[in-house]
Design a binder for this molecule. Structure first.
Ligand code: EPZ
Length: 419
């Protein structure tokens, strides 16, 4: 398993281009199962999770023609596709559950593996199943699989999500596109990635309207040929903004609409970063002194994203005072704390709240990644640590950050891959 060797501390300076969003690409690729005609998806990030989703679509019968740079996929479905999403594929990428909605809506049957949990939590899919059941899906769980079928076309319904869920919102919107009649989804997640999904589906002729957290879909008989360019990855952009703030950096971040990370930008300005935005560019300069922020709380969009929590924790370790971070989305998303403590961090966990001492002098160490976002936080800490750090299991990083070591090298980070 590859590792990264990072020689800190590093100064961060230069320009970085943001890749396409992993979390927009996954539901959009799953939704291509609804199409009889060819679909072209552009600006896909070249990350492992996208490869997994493309392999899953191929296993269901989609023909996928990739451009040379693997960022554009032309997807052509057969008349009678397979509807079996195997555990071997689903277990490596939980987002695979997003094929359930389109399979049941288009083909009226599916055998999809339950995704299982991961390190950050049990990750149940009960909201997905109850919403699809209301649309007419019948299912039973056997041997870790969801055996689902519907009696012909799904039927539009009023559905009120008991809790805001990104995946359940996505699965339900995709399924409702071909249902008979009107579906009204209340208490939806409204992440930018979901709006990118509904922009893609609307371009292809789906009838989707938003009003706050309510999404109304009037089913159509089929979707038209279309092509769509996936939005930029706001978590990657947020990660680079934190890096610049952490390392007294001077960074230009390109290819992203800054408005979608407004909350993060306002928080980093409070920390002391100097930030200017122009069209699809962000200019950020890190402060000499990082101000501590009391009670940062992760929330559903438009709040502080849970996918940036670990990165912000590293930043608060380097602030000049005490701070705290509350993780309110996942029940076990502090796996990075133990590793940060090995670098010298002073963090105390009380339930879902982390109390952080500032003025930490990170000393380089051997580190182990646990999940995608925790591993990038370890890289950030290694960048400002004194001495050599080795970050193990970089495959976690490769799931969601395209070309991360090249992008970091180009902005001054002394990082190299150890085979
Ligand atoms: C999506 O996961 C993202 N993944 C996650 O990013 C992100 O952290 C999360 O949304 C929150 O923003 C993708 O988009 C592929 P949820 P998802 O359903 O859809 C509970 C990354 O690093 N819940 O909004 O799984 C759930 O356990 C990943 O890119 C149920 O209880 O998140 C969690 O506590 C990590 N039952 C909360 O709701 C359900 O049926 C929010 O989960 C569904 C969710």
């Amino acid at each position: 398993m590859d590792k990264f060797l990072i020689n800190g501390p590093c100064k961060i300076k230069g320009k970085v281009s943001i890749s396409g969003s992993k979390n927009a690409s996954l539901p959009i690729l799953a939704a291509t199962l609804l199409f009889d005609k060819p679909v072209i998806i552009k600006n896909l990030p070249r990350v492992r999770d996208i490869d997994t989703m493309l392999n899953l679509l191929k296993s269901l019968g989609s023909k996928i023609i990739l451009s040379k740079d693997r960022k554009t996929a032309k997807i052509i479905n057969k008349k009678n596709m397979k509807t079996f999403a195997s555990y071997s594929l689903v277990k490596t990428m939980r987002g695979s559950i997003l094929v359930l909605g389109p399979l049941i809506s288009k083909f009226h049957k599916s055998k999809t593996s339950l995704p299982g949990g991961c390190l950050i939590g049990a990750r149940p899919v009960n909201y997905h199943l109850s919403a699809l059941k209301k649309l007419g899906m019948e299912y039973k769980i056997r041997d870790g699989y969801i055996l689902a079928k519907s009696n012909g076309r799904l039927k539009g319904k009023k559905i009120n999500f008991p809790k805001i869920s990104v995946g359940a919102t996505e699965n339900s919107i995709i399924a409702a596109c071909l249902a008979r009649g009107k579906t009204i989804l209340k208490n939806c997640a409204v992440e930018p990635e979901i709006k990118d999904l509904t922009k893609f589906l609307s371009q292809a002729g789906a009838n989707i309207k938003w009003s706050g957290r309510t999404c109304t879909i009037i089913g159509v008989n089929s979707l038209n040929q279309t092509s769509h360019t996936v939005m930029a990855d706001r978590i990657e952009a947020g990660t680079f903004c934190v890096a610049a703030t952490l390392a007294k950096g001077n960074l230009q971040i390109k290819n992203l609409d800054p408005n979608i990370i407004n909350t993060e930008i306002e928080l980093l300005k409070k920390v002391g970063a100097k930030i200017k935005t122009l069209d699809n560019k962000i200019f950020i300069k890190g402060p000499d002194k990082i101000k501590p922020i009391q009670n940062i709380k992760t929330k559903e969009f438009p709040g502080i994203p849970t996918d940036l929590q670990a990165q912000l924790m590293v930043l608060m370790c380097k602030s000049v005072g005490k701070s705290s971070i509350t993780e309110s989305i996942f029940e076990n998303r502090f796996m990075h704390v133990a590793e940060l403590q090995r670098l010298g961090a002073k963090i105390n966990i009380q339930n879902n709240k982390a109390l952080i001492e500032g003025n930490t002098k990170f000393i380089g160490a051997e580190l182990m990644s646990s999940d995608l976002r925790a591993s990038v936080a370890l890289v950030l800490a290694a960048i400002v640590a004194n001495g050599k750090s080795i970050v193990g299991r970089v495959y976690h990083l490769e799931r969601g950050y395209e070309n991360i070591e090249n992008k970091l090298q180009k902005i001054g980070v002394k990082i190299k891959r150890l085979k």
